[in-house]
Write a protein that binds this ligand. Structure first.
Ligand code: ITT
Length: 197
């Protein structure tokens, strides 16, 4: 089964491809000229489906199966922000590094050294049979410094529940086992099996 991933985020694409290695998977930029998608939904689910729908339409192939990922980090003590705005926390067009620095700066301004947070991933699937969405979460804490350079995005400041080190420091197998994305992909794989029949 051939799957087109509606994402331009290299960190996500790496993880999605590693998790979907039993499928034939391509980033949409590998099969067409990449284009910008306006993510103006009010939830992870809405944004995941906006991305999936845009790429499905552009592919113009009714047999295509498009998978999208909308995700982000929410900090309980910051009223669950940045949430769906995680990619533009430091402003529209901000880099991952700028977003990470801004979240660390926000914690420092509030004198917070460590506080509960969680990642959410909504995986969308758009194909001839319809539009579907599944979610996964990973809980833990964020700290007011970066540690390690594994993973991507906010990983150097995120300590998963039950661990002392950040996702930037831990072996990648830990994130593969526990992550919001892996959990959502576990459900997405079940969905894909049923769509095949
Ligand atoms: P696409 O829409 O092209 O997939 P994007 O980066 O714009 O890429 P999102 O709108 O879903 O994707 O934004 C997700 C943000 O949350 C982005 O800043 C990521 O760095 C961050 N994020 C999501 N999952 C993460 C993870 O597993 N580890 C670290 N940061 C993550």
């Amino acid at each position: 089964m051939k799957i087109i991933l509606a994402s331009s985020n290299q960190g996500k694409l790496r993880e999605l491809k590693a998790w979907m290695e039993d499928f034939e998977v391509y980033a949409f930029s590998e099969v067409m000229s990449p284009f910008e998608i306006v993510e103006d939904g009010k939830s992870f689910k809405e944004n995941a489906l906006i991305k999936g729908r845009a790429v499905y339409k552009a592919l113009d192939d009714e047999n295509a199966i498009v998978m999208s990922d909308d995700s982000g980090i929410s900090v309980n003590a910051l009223e669950h922000t940045p949430g769906i705005y995680s990619a533009r926390y430091a402003g529209v067009g901000a880099t991952s590094q700028e977003n990470l620095d801004k979240l660390i700066q926000t914690l420092k301004e509030k004198n917070i050294k460590k506080t509960p947070a969680y990642y959410t991933a909504a995986i969308g699937i758009v194909c001839q049979k319809g539009e579907f969405c599944v979610h996964g979460w990973m809980y833990g804490d964020v700290i007011d410094e970066k540690r390690g350079d594994r993973g991507f995005g906010y990983d150097p400041m995120f300590v998963p529940l039950g661990y002392e080190r950040t996702l930037g420091e831990l072996d990648e197998s830990v994130k593969k086992e526990l992550s919001h994305r892996s959990r959502a992909l576990g459900l997405a794989k079940i969905l894909l099996k049923t769509l095949k029949d």
